[in-house]
Design a protein around this ligand. Structure first.
Ligand code: HEC
Length: 290
């Protein structure tokens, strides 16, 4: 009896510790097939995240580029976008100048309407700087990629718009044209929150702003929490309430609220609390520079 119990215990802990890292393939997308994208493909655009200082550079293969430039939302099979996330720092000899400091990750999306029918025909893959998978369940990750990209369903699930380094390119998709998806919030009483989240809310808050996008809440990976931070920061500054994004099962969440602290002098201090891989809340404080 004891042996059976021990056996079950070992099996249980083995499966809990399944390692997804180190593979050069995810979701049927092989890193080796695409690793030369920065040399071979055209630049689509560059984006920058002000809070983390992460620079993102997106490329498209010819099929994807042509559809993008024509403003088509029905991308043909074989269209591929690839994005590089890059750490930045400052030039120590001229600290106002931001410089790239190494690759953080690669993200790829491949169109194959049959193969990826469940995710609007796009297959998503994520690789580390060595072109290997991170230790996160690929199924959960690809669904989370898809869930966020459906925000721009009106653009064929593609956020980027074409940009040129030599001339101004008017964005094809604008908010005004038609009713489009964005992140929406509702006000919720702190008393209505689940215990694990409520215990992290500062005493002064009676209400919170709560993200209400079903699909996004249903499919969450660690990266979703990170991507949501700047949006929550914006909403918490606007509403002067804590802003929260929580997964549907409420185990993973990220919460941000503004405050005052001597550390930040007259600037606003932001506190962010985000769950880690084991669902434990981790607190971070930073001063808001204009
Ligand atoms: C919470 C939202 C969110 C999640 C989750 C997300 N993305 Fe994106 N993705 C974006 C945004 C916003 C952009 C536009 C560029 C930028 O700001 O970095 C983008 C851009 C991209 C691009 C360039 C083409 C385009 O749509 O502009 C690729 C490729 C991409 N993401 C792949 C992925 C993959 C793979 C995953 C999952 C591992 C993923 N994304 C998860 C929001 C998200």
């Amino acid at each position: 009896m004891n042996y059976i119990f021990l056996f079950l215990l070992i099996c249980g802990s083995l499966s809990a510790a399944e390692d997804f890292s180190g593979k050069q393939e995810m979701n049927g997308i092989s890193w080796m097939d695409f690793r030369q994208f920065p040399e071979k493909w055209e630049l689509v655009t560059i984006r920058f995240r002000k809070d983390t200082g992460e620079m993102r550079i997106t490329y498209a293969n010819p099929l994807a580029m042509q559809a993008l430039k024509e403003g088509k939302t029905d991308y043909p099979d074989g269209a591929v976008f690839a994005k590089t996330g890059i750490h930045t720092g400052v030039d120590p000899q001229f600290i106002s100048s931001v410089v790239p400091k190494g690759i953080r990750r690669y993200q790829i999306m491949v169109k194959d309407k049959k193969r990826y029918a469940g995710t609007h025909g796009w297959g998503y893959a994520l690789f580390d700087p060595e072109g290997k998978t991170f230790n996160e369940d690929p199924k959960i990750t690809q669904d989370a990629c898809y869930a966020c990209h459906t925000i721009v369903e009106n653009r064929g699930d593609v956020f980027s718009q074409h940009f040129s380094t030599t001339r101004y390119v008017k964005p094809i998709f604008t908010q005004e044209e038609k009713k489009v998806n964005t992140i929406t919030y509702v006000t919720k009483a702190v008393s209505a929150l689940p215990n694990n989240i409520r215990s992290q809310i500062p005493k002064w808050a009676k209400d919170v702003r709560w993200v209400e996008v079903e699909i996004l809440r249903k499919h969450v990976f660690q990266g979703t929490l990170d991507e949501m931070k700047p949006l929550l920061e914006h909403e918490s500054l606007r509403s002067k309430l804590p802003a929260i994004f929580a997964s549907k099962d409420e185990k993973r969440f990220v919460l941000i609220y503004p405050g005052k602290s001597e550390d930040c002098m007259e600037m606003t201090q932001m506190t962010s609390i985000s769950t880690d891989q084991e669902f434990k809340p981790v607190m971070n404080k930073f001063c808001l520079y204009d």
